[in-house]
Design a protein around this ligand. Structure first.
Ligand code: 16G
Length: 276
């Protein structure tokens, strides 16, 4: 049960604010974001808040300033701020209580470490605008790796979708995905140039994407990267291979995303398990 009502709230300029230490230690208003940094703003905010929590400047139980105040302070949208809160909430560091506000957990227990996001969700979280250019979408023979991972019987086909994914209209990645055709019949009737695949899977096919394993590697750009992602021959490509399962444990997607390494940073939130 939430304890927000019991928590200490100090006043500053007659607004309800968190505990501002009298000893001059930093407060949330000392935190800043750097828009030019390759680290997304929500991660910068989450990291800044985390350092205040870890240093004790934000004590367990103290209330974090209202969203609109922090959005103004950082110059970010609510979505970006919520993405930062989401990271801290999943690590059990803060609790968000609708109507009462956000406060530092009294009992800091990690919940869940990493959220499986679609490209659309990831880019929105970063405060940018996602879009896609569809290169192809149709029935095809699976690659041997896809046939093996997806558990396809001989002759079974996949839907093979290739898209360029853009953020703020800048091409960021080329994505090649394969899904068993029996799980997504007539996938090609949908315009994957404008729709989110994961939203479609949930809405049209009632498929809940649940968990994945990702492999990350690097490569030199090939002609297709130079052409579609505008990468210099001396540049680098970050390859993320994602193997996805549904909630009931069925393999549903093998995706290979080739990112421009100079524009994209893969971010993982991990928590060290406490030894008992
Ligand atoms: C991400 C996934 C990809 C998935 C796509 C769906 C990685 C490396 N890959 O790009 O597997 O198909 O999101 O995005 O994260 P959408 O729902 O925006 O179409």
């Amino acid at each position: 049960m939430s304890r927000a009502a019991d928590l200490p709230v100090l006043a500053k300029n007659s607004m309800r604010m968190p505990a501002f230490p009298a000893d001059g230690s930093p407060t949330v208003f000392d935190l800043r974001v750097n828009r030019r940094d390759s680290i997304p703003m929500y991660v910068q905010i989450a990291d800044g808040l985390k350092s205040l929590l870890q240093s004790g400047a934000l004590a367990p139980g103290s209330v974090i300033p209202p969203e609109r105040v922090l959005c103004d302070h950082f110059g970010v949208s609510r979505m970006t701020l919520r993405a930062a809160y989401d990271v801290l909430e999943r690590e059990g560091l803060i609790e968000c209580d609708r109507g009462r506000g956000t406060f530092v957990s009294l009992n800091q227990k990690p919940r869940q470490y990493q959220q499986l996001r679609s490209f659309t969700e990831e880019i929105l979280m970063r405060g940018e605008t996602p879009s896609s250019k569809l290169l192809s979408c149709g029935l095809a023979e699976p690659t041997p790796e896809a046939a093996k991972f997806l558990g396809l019987s001989s002759g079974e086909q996949v839907y093979r979708v290739q898209r360029v994914r853009l953020s703020n209209a800048v091409p960021l990645a080329i994505e090649l995905i394969q899904l068993p055709s029996r799980m997504v019949p007539r996938l090609d009737q949908f315009d994957l140039g404008s729709l989110s695949l994961y939203a479609l899977l949930e809405r049209e096919y009632r498929i809940e994407v649940d968990s994945c394993v990702e492999e990350i590697s690097a490569a030199r750009p090939k002609p297709i990267h130079r052409k579609l992602l505008d990468v210099m021959p001396s540049g680098a490509i970050l390859i993320i291979k994602r193997k996805v399962h549904t909630q009931d444990g069925q393999p549903v997607e093998l995706a290979i995303s080739d990112y421009r390494a100079d524009l994209y940073t893969a971010i993982f939130h991990s928590t060290r398990a406490k030894r008992t």
